[in-house]
Write a protein that binds this ligand. Sequence first.
Ligand SMILES: [Cu+2]
Length: 290
Amino acid sequence: MNKKMIMISSILAFGLLSACGNADKSDHSGHDSSHNQESSTAPTSSHGGHGGHGADQPAAESNLKASFTFASGAAKANENTELSIQIADKDGNPINDFEINHEKLLHLIIVNHDLSFFNHIHPEFKGEGKFTIETSFPTGGEYKVFADFIPKGGSNTTLSEWVKVEGKEGAHEAVKADAKLVKVVDGKEVELTLNSMNAKDEVTLTFNILDAQTKEGISNLEPYLGAVGHVVILSDDAEQYIHVHPIDEKATGPKAQFATSFPESGTYKIWGQFQHQGKVFTVPFVVEIK
Ligand SMILES: [Cu+2]
């Protein structure tokens, strides 16, 4: 891993690297030091009006490109369609070597315009830089797809694009901060606490997961993607994709803690994903960062 390259790309990660480094100073001994190598490139986008952050990326990884295409030419709401993701360098040469990251070569996150739809799936690598997966979209409209991967010898890279799905659009609702950070999903009551709500701070997200009926803590969470859980954070306009790292990967609940940093003030949506008794559940929260 080229240290200089990491430093450069960490500028775009808005200090995430230091957020990770800090986790080592805390008392969470289970923190995997390999996470210190992760950083992120800002999302790129070819979508007019959404691509404001992708223009000036100095890091080597930002020279990578992802193109997202549907086998049928266009996706239609409520129909299965094959989405392919082609990863190439700036000269168009396919990228063929990827590091396994959280058990997968590539993580694909799909959200709709108001972030009410969230999907986290794992396309299959077909060689020659190409990944494919069969998926479907609940309504027509615009969706943003994020490919999250690590090219061999590189650092954590996220490339994204808005794609259009044909069909009747759903209602657009504003992404609004939750009054209370407690949600009940699939029989679990999940409370989220943040030790800071300020931009640029090193933030610890703590999910406390209880049985919704008995209110007892669930202490037998199963590993999901090799860790206690997986967390994705997006800014309300889906421009900022924020990497989050488990503080103690081997935790099993009721508490699951993650380290991150919010680059600027604004509204962010946070999805926590955990596995219990063989089933993955996803719990969304919206926070306002000052
Ligand atoms: Cu994934």
